[in-house]
Design a protein around this ligand. Sequence first.
Ligand code: ATP
Ligand code: MG
Ligand code: MG
Ligand code: MG
Length: 511
Amino acid sequence: MGSSPIIGFSIHLGTVAPTDTGSIPPWVSTGHAIPVLVEPKTSGEPYWSGWALAGDSRATAVASHDGVTVLLAGELYHRAELGSVVGETADGLSDAELLLACWLRYGPSGLRLCNGRFAAVVAENDSVVVATDHAGTIPLYLRTRPDGVDVATEAKVLAEGAGDSFPAPGTEPAPGLTGVRRVQAGTAVTLVPGSTVAEAARTWRPPHHRLIVSPDEAMNRVADVLDKAVRTRLGGPHDPVTAVLSGGIDSSSVVALASGGGRPVRTISLGTDIGDEFAAARVVAEHLGTRHHEFRCSSEELVRQLPWAVAAAEIVDAEVLEYLLPLVVLYRMVPNEGTRIVTGYGADIPLGGMHRTTERLHSLDEVIAFDMGTFDGLNELSPVLGSMAGHWTTHPFWDRDVLDLLTALEPGLKRRDGRDKWVLREAMRELLPTATVTRPKLGIHEGSGTSSAWSQLLRRVGVAESDLASVKTAMAAVFHRRTVREQEPPGEVSFDDVLDEVMSEQNLAVT
Ligand code: ATP
Ligand code: MG
Ligand code: MG
Ligand code: MG
């Protein structure tokens, strides 16, 4: 893991020499701009032009050797292991250089080795490979053009100059945008810029099998793999780290492991007038001795920041936006730019934590299989949620090794003794107060009151109960059109104007 990852990029790979690198629009992630210009060494190789954004100005975006050029946003989490197979010590190498070394040894299949949070572009000869990490945690978009291909980590950057992209395998249309396609999770798409030659290879799939392991062994394995995932996400032993803490078992586990070895950890919690989990978070913060901060935001102020959540996640799914909004709001309240933030996000998907009422193990496992088969494109783990406010976020529960293990454990280890997420709770029993280990799950949108706050605002203007869901969906689409397709700065999109627009479209009177 480099100390300062590249947090995003926008690159044109073309057959014609570029005149400049293009300018960075003001409404994308904030960071230090690094121009990227690469000349072909031999004929047939593409020209690169564009920019990358980094958390600090010393970062390098591109690594080149032997006719192979690599651009990597994000970071790799098993640097030592990768170093061991490419025959170099990873110590002095940036993550882009490490991926390059991996590519030089393995070719495109090197991408199957990588456990990280990354989006990568690799050019070799006349081909360009555009790749996501196992779970697509950094969304990656492309637009093919007659003179090349544009690749960017934010869809809004590609929204202009709409035209048809050809439907390259391994990509899907981005919602609400013509001609912009999203690279699927765990996928490497090979393209020849300026042509319609393309093929896709999978680099990861969620496991469909289930493992039988004794409860003790399962606990130990979960504790070990999660500990490693947290540690590799923290930087050096004295680097400060911030964790978003609700006091639920997921974020509390991450904070417990991050605090191990005496590292100073700052924890932050968000609450509104409708609800907070401050007491539960405080129990954990006191137990672990973190520097703890509570942020409060009125529920109305929270909901009015929906344009920021849409601009960051670039999705139109109102329900997912309700999960993401509290985090976007909290990240925007964190004062010092360039903060590294770890979360407990995503544990519930492989563990079936949302399905509190599912009685039968078969049903529990079916919803886990379904959710693991449908996460792609929800953008819940997108770094843009934090990088719009200048921060870097990372999610240990969606580390490739953690996800492989949690998904594959047989469901009787996930629901056991009347408890959900049993194996995680038991794995953390020694590190956390009993009240935390046994605390029932509370969704992020419930704890912060997001869902009810948005509904309340709509009810107040007279939206009927039966129309709440469709009005939310229609509003999400308008926020998306304005902040992503039309690239309006989210701060200039008024919640009330969008509500008026939707109400009149749906022939609902504002009362
Ligand atoms: P559980 O799922 O058992 O409730 P949890 O609260 O840690 O555990 P979620 O509710 O799924 O997990 O929330 C996802 C993540 O979002 C949390 O792990 C935490 O990192 C962050 N989060 C959720 N609510 C808050 C909050 N009110 N303040 C700060 N961070 C939060
Ligand atoms: Mg959770
Ligand atoms: Mg789902
Ligand atoms: Mg919770």
